[in-house]
Design a protein around this ligand. Structure first.
Ligand code: GLC
Length: 753
């Protein structure tokens, strides 16, 4: 109510201003075209009403985003952020949540500043807020778009119940290099799937209207091509052709923009010599002119300041000028807009119209979020108590976690575990590691509340005896624990090894040059295997790992990623067969790091590998194919595919081709299968990938049942940036493949005429 008065007073001020304008002496020019004025009562009208009252400093204050000291996600802190709020020098605060805490900050803004403009509160709600869902790369392996929208929806519900209006998610960076720690935040290596997931996550966060107090603004990040950091080293150089940028890395961002993402975040990296934060081509030409994006762009953490280190700004004045003129609306944590923009405007180097446009974009979102009508709209203590960690949320987290786990190996049907009483030895450094179960970027997740695998096994397999011995740490060279753990294994019917990476070994600033299991885990597993017991390896990790040495030492391998709050229960559901695993990899697992970058849709080259010809594209010391391919994943069921049947052998540009395949469940267990459709353009005006995902359907097939799956293809699905950089389909021959992985071989051909 309070802020409605604020807004009404602002509006009255504006209407007086305009009415006085009407009687103003001749010298004041009335607006050239009244039709250009926003309609009375529209959001733009309200935005202009506020803008007209603001001083230059107050305008620049809206472009300033500062971290609170409740949480920290970067190096520098600005302890005087409260003083800055009181001076009207802050437009938004991040890393602050909890109704009591954010309410205090909001009251400072709407009661103690001159214009009482409300703050936006943002946070990295990447895979859940309090209830933590699987790490996004893991969740993407479910290929379940509805599930991913639901987890984002629940994250928004919990975050908005604790005072937040904005999440810095989804991260939609395509990533083909597992050395890069941030692969854990995204949706893997494929553009088609990554675009669909970007859309689902934006919709989950934002819903159909930002005025809904249970929703939050999304932020598509990191714009753009951050996942292509050279050598997989975080923040490193990105250099690529415009064709690769537009065919591989940009489509998920376009999908996020088309889904209505309210904001974008610039990436730390340079792109072809110009850092994203100062890259007018990215922000003005592509994002705004080509895509029609109307939201605002926030930089990543102190990225404006980092232009000095990139070496494209001689000083902070030049860094600020380049950033604002390129299209970066809001300065995250560098406080450089606040310090340098007044002088740049006063000197005429930056037109005030540029500042006004950025401020309009921010104010427009504040109106759309309902913050002017009620700055405390997402600060309801009752909602905070009621909407967090609900049993519905926890159950959904458990279900989605189980859907995300990829069964990589299951020799001798080691899994599912027998339900009869047996002695289980549970060993490994991640067997009872609560905090690690939610991985990196776990927002307001409370590590001690996570269910570990020990908890899940003991709680679910009550007829079995579970003996836990750690055996070794995640990342050191101590072997002292081996003996005790091996004794427990020798005295068991089956061994479950919980291994992987610590939560800190992926995510931001966590690149690894060696992507094997860290420490002495591989060695410990080899010792366990020597005992001759059935060995089940459960992996908790953020990135694809080099499992070449591990593969022979486990009878079954379940890639569990970081399952989140309900980790132990979800893993046990899969191990015990309560859930039949159905997930498929969305990122390639290499045989070793020397193969990287390796991804399923590479080019054929002029000398594709030929075992009988030395002079072909290969290594002397490792095969070309990966250990586990994109799209791969086993089930407790087995599925038999027919060859694909095409509705025509030739189609025109306006025709639709039906691709039909029969999939039979040849096992005794009902199960879900992700049926995948791939296409190869056999010859183009530029070289084309050897395979491209163009469709998938997740189908439940009962034991013994055969399901007919039909895909529809049109020329629109075959478009790419051709020799002249036109986004078109080209006539010619195409191969179609359908199967349960990108290395499916059953195929047929058609011509596009
Ligand atoms: C970090 C990350 C970005 C995050 C931001 C705010 O450095 O790069 O993903 O949203 O800062 O925490």
């Amino acid at each position: 109510m309070f802020s409605r008065l604020i807004f009404l007073s602002v509006l009255c001020l504006f209407s007086e201003a305009t009415s006085s304008l009407a009687q103003a002496p001749k010298k004041v020019m009335a607006p050239k075209s009244v039709s250009k004025l926003p309609a009375k009562g529209s959001v733009d009208f309200k935005v202009d009403s506020v803008l007209k009252l603001m001083t230059l400093e107050e305008k620049i204050g809206q472009l300033n985003l500062l971290t609170s000291d409740l949480d920290q996600t970067g190096a520098s802190m600005r302890p005087q952020y409260k003083e800055d709020i009181l001076k009207g020098k802050v437009g938004a605060i991040f890393n602050a949540y909890g109704v009591e805490y954010v309410r205090k900050l909001q009251k400072m803004a709407v009661e103690e500043t001159r214009l009482k403009i409300p703050l936006i509160f943002g946070y990295d709600v990447i895979h859940g807020h309090r209830t933590i869902f699987p790490s996004p790369l893991g969740e993407s392996c479910s290929w379940d778009l509805e599930a991913m929208e639901t987890s984002a929806r629940i994250a928004a519900l919990e975050a908005s119940s604790m005072g937040l209006d904005w999440t810095f998610a989804p991260m939609v960076d395509i990533a083909r290099d597992p050395r890069w720690g941030r692969v854990m935040e995204g949706a893997g290596e494929d553009t088609y799937l990554g675009s669909l997931i970007a859309k689902a996550r934006v919709k989950g966060f934002q819903g159909s209207s930002l005025s809904d107090p249970t929703r939050v603004m999304a932020c598509a990040k990191h714009y753009a091509a951050y996942g292509a950091a050279q050598a997989g080293r975080d923040y490193s150089t990105v250099d690529m052709s415009d064709r690769t940028l537009r065919d591989v890395y940009l489509p998920p961002f376009k999908a996020a923009a088309d889904a209505g993402s309210a904001t974008f975040m610039t990436s730390f990296n340079e792109l072809n010599g110009i850092p994203a934060t100062a890259n007018k081509y990215l922000m003005d030409q592509i994002l705004r002119k080509e895509w029609g994006f109307k939201g605002f762009v926030v930089t990543d953490y102190t990225a404006i300041w980092e232009l000095l280190f990139h070496g494209i700004a001689a000083d902070s004045v030049e860094a600020v000028k380049k950033s604002i003129l390129a299209g970066s609306d809001m300065d995250m944590q560098a406080s450089m807009y606040m310090q340098r923009l007044p002088g740049l405007v006063k000197s005429g180097a930056v037109p005030v119209s540029v500042i006004d446009e950025s401020v309009r974009r921010v104010l427009r979102k504040k109106f759309e979020l309902g913050l002017f009508a009620n700055p405390f709209i997402r600060m309801d203590a009752e909602r905070e108590k009621k909407n967090v960690y609900t049993s519905a949320h926890l159950n959904m987290a458990r279900q989605i976690a189980a859907k995300s786990m990829v069964l990589l190996k299951n020799d001798h049907n080691t899994l599912p575990l027998k339900l009869t009483a047996q002695k289980i030895a549970l060993v490994g450094p991640l067997a009872d590691a609560a905090r690690d179960m939610m991985g990196s970027w776990s927002a307001a997740g409370e590590g001690e509340k996570n269910a570990t695998l020990l908890t899940g096994l003991k709680g679910s397999l009550t007829s079995s005896q579970v003996e836990y011995k750690k055996g070794c740490e995640i990342n050191d060279t101590v072997r002292a624990g081996f003996a005790e753990a091996l004794k427990a294994c020798a005295n068991s019917d089956i061994v479950i090894c919980a291994m992987g990476e610590g939560a800190w070994q992926s995510g931001e600033a966590a690149s690894r040059s060696d992507i094997k299991l860290p420490g002495v885990q591989e060695e410990f597993l080899a010792e366990v295997k020597k005992l001759g017991k059935p060995v089940v390896l459960v992996l908790f990790n953020g990135r694809p790992l080099d499992l070449t040495n591990v593969l022979p030492n486990a009878d079954a391998i379940l890639e569990a990623w970081y399952p989140g709050t309900m980790a132990g229960w979800a893993v046990t559901d899969v191990l015990a067969g309560v859930v039949n695993p159905s997930a498929k990899l969305t990122m390639t697992f290499p045989r070793n790091v020397g193969q990287v970058p390796i991804y399923y849709n590479m080019k054929n080259t002029g000398r594709p590998y030929d075992a009988n010809n030395k002079y072909t594209s290969k290594y002397l010391d490792v095969r070309n194919d990966p250990l586990f391919a994109f799209g791969y994943g086993l089930s407790y069921s087995t599925f038999l595919y027919s060859s694909p049947k095409l509705s025509a052998k030739s189609i025109g540009m306006k025709d639709t081709l039906n691709v039909t395949v029969n999939v039979k469940n040849t096992s005794t267990r009902h199960g879900e299968e992700i049926v995948q459709l791939y296409v190869q353009d056999m010859a183009g005006s530029v070289t084309r990938p050897i395979n491209e995902l163009k469709g998938f359907q997740k189908v439940m097939i009962n034991s013994g049942e055969t399901k007919t799956v039909v895909f529809k293809l049109t020329s629109n699905d075959l478009r790419f940036h051709n020799q002249d950089m036109n986004f078109v389909a080209e006539k010619g021959l195409f191969t179609v493949r359908v199967g349960g992985s990108s290395d499916a071989t059953q195929s047929d051909e058609f011509e596009l005429r």
